[in-house]
Design a protein around this ligand. Structure first.
Ligand SMILES: [Zn+2]
Length: 318
């Protein structure tokens, strides 16, 4: 089972208890997985659609318990998606009106227009915000396995994305919105925020699992970073110094260093004896000590002479 599916399974085990939270939860399902189908005379039917049978059952029970609505259950097969089966929960016209008015998606007065409201408590009460986010995740959310990175997302539409980001931000979580194939995608991608969102939704087991992975991953990364950093610097220092020492040794075997300017002879000898120290340290060893840039300047001059000599002898050999 994917990490995401595990989170959903855990969330489905917890039943909402408070009447305010039930309404908030129904609101989130209605926003994330329901469609309004015209039923003639300007009337609409609300139809919930999900492949998750346990989720369909949960919505059925919530509608019954909170609003005394009995939805009709049926199944459909998607021709496109390899014949996968989906559950449909259809709310009749009269109950749909009652449902939408309760959710503040429809105005109370007869013939009132649809508006994009949510139950007031869904924004103002923490318990209801949690219920809303939990339902949005169950309906249209997913998250990556923490082994592969920290990312949580909710598929949404333009107006619903605004509601969801409002609720997430009110809960102290930073999130972003992007477009994906004609939909809006609300996403959370900071590890701390993904953890806080799991906590908000009440997915405590998944949260513990994620934290364990995160501790391992972070300490592994830190160790790797430290090793890579040391190794890289060391390699750079060693290889530059060792290369210089080898070049100077080869030159001295051919010509002896005696023919070089005095200041270059000294740094050349010191380098042959100390191939693994930095130029800065080498500069300090000189009879008249110089800084890093001074040592660098001398070494470059010496290397230039050696390189020129090598080019000449290559020319002679040809
Ligand atoms: Zn509540």
């Amino acid at each position: 089972m994917s990490f995401s599916a595990g989170v959903k399974e855990e969330l489905l085990r917890a039943q909402p208890e408070k009447s305010c939270c039930m309404l908030s939860e129904i609101s989130a399902y209605t926003q994330s997985i329901a469609s309004l189908r015209l039923a003639g005379g300007g009337r609409v039917k609300v139809v919930y659609e999900t492949e998750n049978t346990a989720l369909a059952k949960r919505i059925f029970i919530l509608l019954k318990k909170r609003l005394e609505i009995t939805a009709a259950l049926s199944f459909t097969r998607y021709a496109r998606l390899g014949g996968r089966r989906a559950c449909l929960l259809t709310v009749n016209e009269q109950d749909s009106r009652h449902l939408l008015v309760s959710l503040r998606m429809l105005r109370e007065e007869e013939g009132g227009s649809v508006f994009k409201g949510i139950p007031r408590a869904a924004m103002t009460r923490r318990c209801c915000r949690a219920a809303f986010v939990r339902a949005a995740f169950l309906g249209a959310g997913s998250m990556s396995d923490p082994e592969n990175g920290y990312h949580m997302e909710f598929v949404s539409s333009q107006s619903r994305a605004e509601v969801l980001t409002g609720i997430l931000e009110k809960s102290g979580l930073s999130c972003g919105v992007t477009d994906r194939r004609g939909n809006k995608l609300v996403y959370i991608r900071k590890g701390d925020d993904v953890v806080s969102c799991l906590a908000l939704m009440g997915a405590h087991q998944s949260l513990m699992k994620m934290e364990n992975v995160r501790i391992l991953r972070d300490s592994r990364n830190q160790a790797n970073r430290a090793t890579n950093c040391d190794q890289a610097n060391l390699n750079k220092q060693l290889s530059a110094g060792a290369k210089q020492a080898a070049a100077i040794t080869a030159y001295s075997l051919k010509h002896s260093l005696g023919g070089l300017p005095k200041e270059l002879q000294e740094i050349g000898r010191l380098r042959m004896l100390n191939p693994d120290v930095s130029l800065e340290e080498l500069g300090k060893m000189l009879t008249t000590p110089v800084g890093k840039s001074g040592a660098n300047h001398k070494m470059r001059k010496l290397m230039h002479i050696i390189a020129a000599d090598n080019e000449n002898s290559e020319g002679e050999e040809k």
